[in-house]
Design a protein around this ligand. Structure first.
Ligand SMILES: [Zn+2]
Length: 328
C-alpha cells in the first residue's frame, strides 16, 4: 500500500523513490509515531500538492493535524464563528482577529483569521460543510494546534454534508487515539494515555455542588444556591487532578466524582471525608495507569489537559510481561 503511494509521489514529483521513502520515514519520526507510514505518505504528498484520492486513501482528519503542516486539505463542518476582536498592534495600528471552530468526527480545531481574512467569517455560516485546501497549521502560544489561511488557501462549500462532528461536550463518544503525553495537544479530542501516576493532588479534593444537577454552587447569605435549582443542600463532589508521566512528558489529568472515586480505588463516595481521599491517593501514587479521556485547554495553567473518563490500572503481571517483551 505504502509502496504504491511512494511510486505515485515519485512519479508526480520526479524525486527518486528512495528519497520519498526517506521523507516518509522522517515524517513518522518527527510526529513520534503519531501517524502511520501511510498517513505520513499522505502528508508528504500534500506538501507537494498531490492528490492521492484515487489511490484509495484516507482523508486527513482533525485529530491528525499537527503543527507545521504546510498543505492542509480538510473537509469539515463549521462549528462556531466568533465575532471580530480588535486589538492594538505595537505601532498603534488596529489589528483584527476572528476564530472559527471547525470539526469532524475526530475532534475540533481552531482556524484563526487575521485582519482582512476576518471577512471569510462573513461568507460561511455555522453548520456549513466546507472543504479547505492549502491551509497551514502552526502551534499557538498555548501549545495547541491551530489552522491558518495563506494566499493560496481556498475554501469551498461542499455538496455532501458532514453530519458527524465530535461531541465537544464532556461525553466520551467515539474512539480514543493512543498518544504519548507530549502528543496531547489538540483540544476536544479523545485520547488514550498510559503512564505512571507520579503525583496526585488531594489537598482540596471537594467542591460544593447541587445534588440535582451536580453543578458547582455558590454561597449566598449563608446558604448554597444553584443557578437552576435555587437553595439546595450542597453535596461534596470530588475533583482530583493527577500527573501522568510516560517518560516522554507529563500530562495533567482531571477526574471528577465517580472517576475520582475509581482513581483512588474507593468503594463508595467519601462524602467529604478528606482522610479517606488522602489515604486513597497515597495507595495509588506510583501505579501504572491507562486513562481514556478528552482533552481541553486549561486557561489557568496555560496548557492542554485531559479529563479522565475511563481508568484501568495495569497489574504487576502485565507490567512484568511488558518488561520481558522489551528485554527479548
Ligand atoms: Zn442544580
Amino acid at each position: 500500500m505504502v509502496d504504491e503511494l511512494v511510486e505515485k509521489i515519485s512519479e508526480e514529483t520526479g524525486e527518486p523513490e528512495e528519497e520519498i521513502k526517506e521523507r516518509i520515514g522522517s515524517k513518522v519520526e518527527e510526529l513520534s509515531g503519531l501517524v502511520s507510514e501511510e498517513g505520513a505518505a499522505h502528508l508528504v504528498a500534500r506538501e507537494e500538492g498531490i492528490e492521492l484520492a484515487e489511490a484509495g486513501d484516507k482523508e486527513l482528519t482533525v485529530e491528525n493535524i499537527v503543527p507545521g503542516m504546510n498543505r492542509v486539505d480538510l473537509k469539515c463542518k463549521v462549528v462556531d464563528i466568533s465575532d471580530i476582536n480588535t486589538f492594538e498592534r505595537d505601532e498603534g495600528e488596529e489589528g483584527q482577529v476572528r476564530n472559527v471552530v471547525l470539526g469532524d468526527r475526530t475532534g475540533t480545531v481552531r482556524l484563526t483569521l487575521w485582519n482582512d481574512q476576518t471577512e471569510v467569517g462573513d461568507k460561511i455560516e455555522e453548520g456549513d460543510s466546507i472543504h479547505i485546501k492549502n491551509a497551514y497549521s502552526r502551534e499557538d502560544n498555548r501549545g495547541n494546534v491551530e489552522l491558518r489561511v495563506g494566499d493560496e488557501t481556498k475554501i469551498g462549500m461542499m455538496e455532501e454534508e458532514i453530519d458527524e462532528v465530535a461531541d465537544t461536550g464532556n461525553s466520551s463518544g467515539g474512539g480514543h487515539r493512543k498518544a504519548r503525553t507530549n502528543q496531547v495537544m489538540n483540544e476536544n479530542v479523545n485520547y488514550e494515555v498510559e503512564g505512571t501516576l507520579v503525583e496526585i493532588y488531594a489537598d482540596e479534593p471537594f467542591y460544593k455542588a447541587c445534588p440535582e444537577c451536580q453543578k458547582k454552587v455558590e454561597k449566598e447569605d449563608g446558604s448554597w444556591r444553584c443557578e437552576e435549582h435555587g437553595e439546595v443542600e450542597a453535596s461534596d463532589n470530588m475533583i482530583i487532578s493527577a500527573i501522568i508521566d510516560d517518560g516522554y512528558g507529563n500530562l495533567r489529568t482531571v477526574f471528577f466524582r465517580e472517576q475520582a472515586q475509581e482513581l483512588l480505588g474507593l468503594d463508595e463516595d467519601p462524602e467529604g471525608n478528606l482522610e479517606t481521599v488522602q489515604s486513597g491517593a497515597e495507595d495509588v501514587k506510583g501505579e501504572e495507569i491507562v486513562v481514556k479521556g478528552r482533552s481541553r485547554y486549561n486557561d489557568f495553567f496555560n496548557r492542554t489537559e485531559l479529563i479522565g473518563n475511563e481508568i484501568e490500572y495495569k497489574s504487576d503481571d502485565e507490567m512484568l510481561e511488558e518488561k520481558l517483551a522489551v528485554v527479548r
